[in-house]
Every structure is written in C-alpha cells, then in structure tokens.
Design a protein around this ligand. Structure first.
Ligand code: GSH
Length: 237
C-alpha cells in the first residue's frame, strides 16, 4: 500500500470524518496533528494551500510528515476523502454501499445534513440564532431515516459514509453546547441541549446518535478533552 499521511486536528469535525473512515478500513497511516491556533508555516506551502485540515498525502517516499514530499499527492476536503479512503481499501468496510441506489441515498443524507445541521451548528457556536434551525435540522435527520424505514444506521443496516459524515458534528454540538463553549458565551447552548434532550419529538435523533457513539471507529478517534482544550484556546484568541 502507498504511504498515507493524514494532516488533521482533533478539534475539527471535518477532519474527524476522515479519521473515522481510516479506522473503519483499518488503514496503516501516519497521523499529524495540526495546531489550528498556531499552524506550521510549511503546511500551506507543502500540503494544503487552503491551509485547512483535513488533507491526505498519498504515495511518494516514506518521509516525516513535516517534510511532506512533492512526490506525494495531497488531497484536501473531508467529503472527497470520505469517498476516497474506502475506495483505496475496497471490501475492507461497509462505508460505500454496494447498491448504487443506497449510495445515492447516503450522499443525499450527507447533502441534507451539510445544508441544515452544519450551518445551524456553526451559527449557534458563533452566538447567532441557531437553536431553532438546529432543532429543525435534527428533525430532518429523523425524517430522512424514517423514509428509509428506520434502518439501523442512516440509510441502511450497515455503517456508511452517511454516518461517518454526521457523527463528528453531532458529538461536538452535544459536547460544546452542553458546556456553553460558544463564541457568545452565556447559557444559550446548554439551555438548547437540555431542552433538546427532553423533547420527545427529538428522541429518535438521540437514539440514532447513541448508536453512532458506540461504533468503535468513533470511540477510537473521539477525544472530547482535547476538543475542549482546543476550543478554549480558540475562544481565548
Ligand atoms: N470544506 C472543508 C472544511 C475544512 C475546514 O473548514 N477545516 C477547518 C477546521 S474545522 C480549518 O482547517 N480551518 C483553518 C483554520 O482554522 O485556520 C472540508 O470539508 O474538509
């Protein structure tokens, strides 16, 4: 197998998607943590001109991550990587459904989540009015799963890219909002989580999340303490 180096950050939900995918396929790879509050100067020039995580260096010689070789291919963007990683390890995981229709549904699920939950999460984190939108986004997840007959995971009984794409955001929303770790401060976050947890109409959402949290690829890549430390550092800036 070609050399694989993942440039990532524990705090980042986008990067977390790719770590889950690498865990699901059992990939042997080098992991390099980028401190987003103090990014190394070589990162943009050698790895990702957009200066964002995640990015995967594929192929080339076996070099330390700091010396990223020009001979490796650097691939950014979490959703591109979420597709690529299982394709590099065909048959090693259930991430990409074999049935093209189920795969299309997984992509639609991700598309819907990306245009509802992700911006609402970002808004609430930034101190804007995101609570109602976040609640609506949770209901969208519930409805999408209902349409598929409430299979075990998002679109099937297998864990797919749809589940890997969403769980990092749900985990951060629960963690950060319950601790009021938002740019606005105040108690809007914890109030939202407390209400959402007892709202009977949202129970199927939390049940789905409870299942995702039990997945080994999530448990082995989720570091809530590190996320809290990194977020505090970002909020203090
Ligand atoms: N569309 C990108 C978004 C990646 C992204 O926004 N990453 C953030 C961290 S969560 C980042 O690296 N930001 C650069 C910075 O903080 O300087 C993806 O899906 O990978």
């Amino acid at each position: 197998m070609a050399q694989l180096t993942l440039y990532t950050a524990k705090v980042c939900p986008f990067a977390h998607r790719t770590e889950i995918a690498l865990a699901e396929v059992g990939a042997d790879f080098k992991r390099y943590e980028i401190d987003l509050a103090n990014k190394p100067e070589w990162y943009a020039s050698r790895v990702n001109p957009a200066s964002k995580v995640p990015a995967l260096a594929y192929g080339g010689p076996d070099v330390p991550p700091e010396e990223a070789s020009p001979e490796s291919t650097k691939i950014p963007e979490s959703l591109v990587l979420l597709q690529l990683i299982p394709e590099l390890f065909p048959d090693a995981s259930t991430l990409i459904p074999k049935d093209p229709i189920v795969l299309a549904k997984a992509r639609l699920f991700i598309e819907s989540f990306s245009s509802t939950f992700v911006p609402a999460y970002a808004a609430l984190f930034s101190g804007q009015e995101g609570a109602e939108k976040l609640k609506a986004a949770m209901k969208t997840v519930i409805q999408a799963r209902q349409q598929e007959g409430n299979r075990k995971y998002a679109v099937s009984d297998e864990f797919t890219i749809a589940d890997a794409a969403v769980v990092p955001f749900i985990a951060r929303a629960e963690l950060l909002f319950s601790k009021d770790l938002t740019k606005a401060g105040g108690s809007r976050g914890s109030e939202f989580i407390a209400e959402a947890k007892v709202d009977a109409s949202l129970k199927p959402f939390w049940d789905y999340y409870a299942l995702l949290k039990e997945r080994e690829s999530f448990k082995s890549t989720w570091s809530p303490d590190a996320v809290v430390v990194a977020i505090k550092k970002i909020l203090e800036k």
